[in-house]
Design a binder for this molecule. Sequence first.
Ligand code: ISE
Length: 315
Amino acid sequence: MTIRVGVIGAGGMGREHIKNLAALEGVDVVVIADVDAAAALDAAGLCDAAASTDAAGVAADPSLDGVVIASPDHTHADLTIAAVERGGFVLCEKPLASGVPDAERVVAAEVAGEHPLVQVGFMRQYDPAHLHVQSAMGELGSVRHVRLVHRNTNHEAERPLDLVFSQSLIHDVHTARWLTGTEFSSITTHVVSGPRPVEHVMLLGAMADGSTVTIEFVEATYGYDVEVEVTCEHGMVTAAQPSQPVVRFEGAAHQHVGDDWFGRFSEAYRLEAADWVAGIRAGEVRGPTSTDGLAAQRVVDAAVRSAASGQREQV
Ligand code: ISE
C-alpha cells in the first residue's frame, strides 16, 4: 500500500523531510504547505507534489495517511491536534508545542482518540552514535551521570533564553530521559550572557533514580558539535564522533568539525523518516511520543524558571 504524506513547512527542516520521505519506496509525498506560496511551490518541485498555503487544511485532509509538521514552533500544537482529530499520523518537529499547556492539549487530543498517532522529532534517538552508547550501557550497570554537550551553530537570529531552551536544549533533555529511562526531578540552570542573551548554559539535573545529568550548551562560533558520555556503575561510554578524514597540509593536520545539524544528523533524519512510515504501515507510533514531547517541555519550563530565580527548581 502506498503511504500518502503531506509536509507542512517548506523551510530547511521541511525540505530535509521531503527529501528523505520521497526517497522511500511506497511513499507518495502529495502536498507541501507553507504560508509562503513561492516556498511551497519550490519545495513541491522536489517531489512532484501539489503546493498549498492552507496548512490547517492539509493537517485535516482525510486523504493523507500522515503529515509532517515542520512549520514555526507556535503552529505545532494546533496543526497536530487537527491531524489527530481526523485520525491521521503525525511526525511533529520539536518542540511539540510552544509551552506546557499547549503540549498538554495535544496529549489530551491524542488520548481521546483510538490509538497513538503522534511522533515527535527527537531524531537523536535514531543517530547511530547515540544508539551505540545506549547499547553499550546495557552491560555497564546503573547510570551514575550523563554528560551532554551541545555546541550549536548556524542560527539565523539571536534567540531569547526561552527559545534557546525550547528549540535546542530540549534535544538534550530528551536524550537524557531516553538514555536513563527515568525522569528529571529537579533542575539548576546557570546562563552566561554576552552580546547575545545566551552565550553558554550549564544545566544540572537531578534524576528520579538518583543519577545526575549535566547539559552544556554553547552558541558556538566554530562549528556544530554534539558529545555524549555516560558514567555507570561498572564503566563508562563516550559516543564516537562520526569519522572525518585527517588532512595534513601546509604544516598542520586538520579534521573537519560539522557545520550544522543537517550534516551531523543526516543519517538520523533518514532513519527517523523510514521508521515513521514503517509505523504508519503497522498502525503504530514507534519513535518518541507526544508524552515524551510534553515531559521534555516540563523540564524546559523548570530550566527557564531556574535561570530566572537562580535557584534549583522542581520539574
Ligand atoms: C535546531 O533547531 C535543531 O533541531 C538542532 O538539532 C539543534 O542542535 C539546534 O540547536 C536547534 O537549534
